[in-house]
Ligand binder design. Structure first.
Ligand code: NAP
Length: 309
């Protein structure tokens, strides 16, 4: 792996993902200059206080000007407006990428505005937390995590390699797939779990028989893990729902069918059926730990927290 040092990297959007990338660029000296742009004066000021870049501007066009690498880290629904703003200011030969959680929609929004002489390579790092904003970022977020590229056919291979080297230097493993496949896979591994969490926490909140204090007080069991997902950024997740609609609706339909089948098994006392399902799902958890995508610590490694309680 040969790591390129870019003359100028533009980070457009500086929330959890943008700021985590900024920390790693600095830590690993991947750019001579980092220019940061975000729409609000407040976030821009915070990025400057955190010393995330070398130059700060509210204009994404100004940030993109003369950059060799432009990384767009905004909610997916804002992709088109950013693409329109930066298009005329991109340097010939520049690489433009994004980190959005849905890919077909981002490509439909950005690709038509990209000049023929820049390399647009859509990407999605599978890393994050439920926090948002520049204060949520930290170095090393992408270490050991996958980053998926969904390049359009005919994309320059050398540009893909340069971007691959960048993410690998951040510690990620890079895979390529077509955007529709990405959106289907992510609908099941990420989008559906978030929707289930939002829904469960919403249901608990609506239940009149369980007071709010009991939901909070007894949350050590199960519910607490859902509340972490359900605390994720509402704007980001609204956009994910609206921009991966078809794949999410398909997965929700499958989920509802399977839930109805489990409901039926419980109603009719079909213990074997229930046991078989729970055994199968336990094996999936083991595979995830073996693949290095989680730790095997009991209770998601929360013993330290429990000791304090
Ligand atoms: P975030 O912390 O909420 O930060 C969002 C950034 O985008 C901020 O700089 C914000 O600017 C800007 N922004 C918000 N709305 C905008 C709009 N309408 N137009 C232009 N800029 C706008 O979000 P994040 O978690 O970093 O997520 C950024 C992207 O990464 C999203 O596409 C998300 O799908 C993807 N992603 C997120 C995760 C995760 O776990 N969070 C993981 C992988 C990928 P201001 O603060 O100045 O308003």
């Amino acid at each position: 792996m040969s790591t390129t040092q870019f003359d100028r990297i533009a980070l457009i959007g500086i929330g959890l993902i943008g700021s985590s990338i900024a920390y790693d660029i600095k830590r690993l000296a991947l750019a001579k200059e980092v220019v940061i742009s975000t729409r609000s004066a407040e976030t821009l000021k915070r990025a400057e206080e955190l010393k995330l870049g070398d130059r700060y501007t509210p204009s994404s066009a100004e940030a993109a000007k003369d950059a060799d690498l432009v990384i767009v880290s905004v909610p997916v629904g804002a992709s088109e407006s950013v693409a329109k703003e930066i298009a005329a200011h991109l340097k010939p030969g520049a690489i433009v990428t994004d980190v959005g959680s849905t890919k077909a929609s981002v490509i439909a929004q950005m690709q038509p505005h990209m000049p023929a002489n820049v390399h647009f390579i859509p990407g999605h790092p599978l890393a994050g937390t439920e926090k948002s904003g520049p204060d949520a970022g930290f170095p090393g977020l992408f270490k050991g995590r996958w980053c998926i590229f969904t390049p359009v056919p005919g994309t320059d291979e050398a540009a893909i390699k340069t971007l691959r080297d960048f993410w690998e230097t951040l510690g990620s493993r890079v895979d390529e797939m077509d955007p529709e496949h990405h959106d289907k896979v992510l609908a099941i591994v990420s989008h559906l779990p978030h929707l289930i969490a939002y829904n469960i926490v919403g249901t608990a909140d609506d239940l009149e028989t369980v007071t709010e204090s009991e939901v909070i007080k007894y949350s050590a069991s199960g519910f607490r893990d859902f509340t972490r997902l359900a605390a994720s950024d509402p704007t980001m997740w609204r956009d994910v729902c609206l921009h991966n609609r078809d794949a999410i609706l398909e997965m929700l339909a499958r989920f509802s069918e399977d839930l109805a089948s489990l409901q039926r098994a419980i109603r009719w006392g079909e213990g074997d059926k229930i046991f078989e399902l729970f055994t199968r799902t336990r094996a999936i958890r083991r595979s995830i730990v073996e693949a290095g995508q989680d730790v095997d610590a009991p209770d998601f490694g929360r013993h330290a927290l429990d000791a304090k309680e």
